[in-house]
Design a binder for this molecule. Structure first.
Ligand SMILES: C[S@@+](CC[C@H](N)C(=O)[O-])C[C@H]1O[C@@H](n2cnc3c(N)ncnc32)[C@H](O)[C@@H]1O
Length: 314
């Protein structure tokens, strides 16, 4: 398996963990089942609780951004995989002017296929009189775009964003959910800087590993390496400081970096309690250990003063 193929296969893991969590009732997602089959493999409760916190926290920040900008904005999901956030937001009437998903071609080709073959995915894309343009691996509709690009190649990324009608003057939120960690830091620094230089009003939400230099982090790295998957960007995942500084050193003016233990406590506790009753957890320490090795970082650049410093988990 090539290095890129191993990285691409991480999407299958993420999608099946999400499907498992949804089937167990951790959170609601009527769409994930269209992208990934039910698997017989059980996931440990701490994994599902971690995914719950991941999905809920990212969704909260994105909804905050859409509400603040009254949807006169854009969403760009980097390494989107089989994420379903576009359809879930659409169900709540939260549709930005453009929602662009980017991934490697093999991933977007599969996603395109699933969208084409399921009316529940396709119908929300076809607003009044709007045409949908589809190729084997790309799709353009009025508000939703799916394009293939390697995030290490900024020239292609720029072309694909332009082809998706992205307006650099509009407030734009970029999401990377467990993506940057697979890319060399030189390339992610360039990407982060290019976005800051190109979009005067932007928010970047990054969810991924942190504290990777301790013993547990090193085991995570070795386990993935045994599956041919190298965490090429792990240097930036050493601490919350390294995670925050990669933005502050590359053109972003403010933000916050929280580990998932903290994020977990910031989520609406009534729903957390409901979720915790779904499956018994043998050892709370296992969950805490796992959560302390993931982080949620957000960074903003707010040239037009739209109030991006107000974005928070509440
Ligand atoms: C762990 S999966 C996460 C998928 C999705 N964000 C989620 O959380 O469900 C990582 C995704 O990042 C994509 N990815 C990693 N490096 C990439 C690159 N250089 N260019 C485009 N996509 C990339 C992979 O193909 C994969 O779909």
């Amino acid at each position: 398996m090539s290095a890129d193929e191993a990285v691409i296969s991480t999407n299958d893991d993420a999608a099946s963990c999400k499907r498992f969590g949804v089937d167990k009732g951790y959170w609601n997602d009527p769409y994930i089942g269209f992208f990934v089959q039910k698997s017989s493999a059980r996931k440990a409760p701490e994994i599902s609780r971690g995914y719950y916190a991941r999905v809920k926290s990212i969704e909260t920040l994105v909804k905050n951004f859409l509400t603040l900008t009254e949807c006169k904005c854009q969403v760009v999901s980097l390494g989107a995989g089989f994420d379903t956030l576009f359809w879930r937001l659409n169900d709540e009437g939260l549709v930005p002017q453009s929602y662009v998903e980017i991934d490697f071609e093999p991933v977007t080709a599969k996603k395109c296929h699933f969208i084409k073959s399921k009316k529940q995915l396709l119908e929300p894309l076809s607003g009044e009189d709007s045409e949908i343009m589809m190729s084997k691996s790309e799709l353009h509709s009025a508000n939703y775009h799916l394009v293939s690009a390697d995030l290490r190649n900024l020239a292609t990324l720029e072309t694909k964003l332009s082809a998706s009608g992205i307006d650099r003057a509009l407030p734009t939120v970029f999401i990377s959910e467990c993506v940057l960690v697979y890319i060399e830091v030189e390339a992610t620094d360039k990407l982060i800087k290019w976005i800051a230089d190109s979009f005067p009003t932007a928010l970047f939400i990054n969810y991924e590993q942190v504290n990777m230099t301790d013993a547990f982090g090193q085991v995570m790295i070795q386990n993935l390496k045994a599956r041919d998957c190298v965490l090429s960007g792990a240097v930036a995942c050493a601490s919350l400081e390294t995670q925050m500084n990669r933005f502050l050193n590359n053109g972003w003016t403010g933000g916050d970096a929280l580990d998932l233990c903290t994020v977990y406590k910031c989520l609406p506790q009534a729903d957390v309690q409901r979720m915790e009753r779904l499956e018994l957890l043998d050892e709370r320490e296992l969950l805490d250990q796992l959560l302390s090795h993931y982080c949620l970082v957000w960074a903003y650049k707010d040239t037009k003063n739209v109030g991006l410093h107000n974005i928070s988990l509440s």
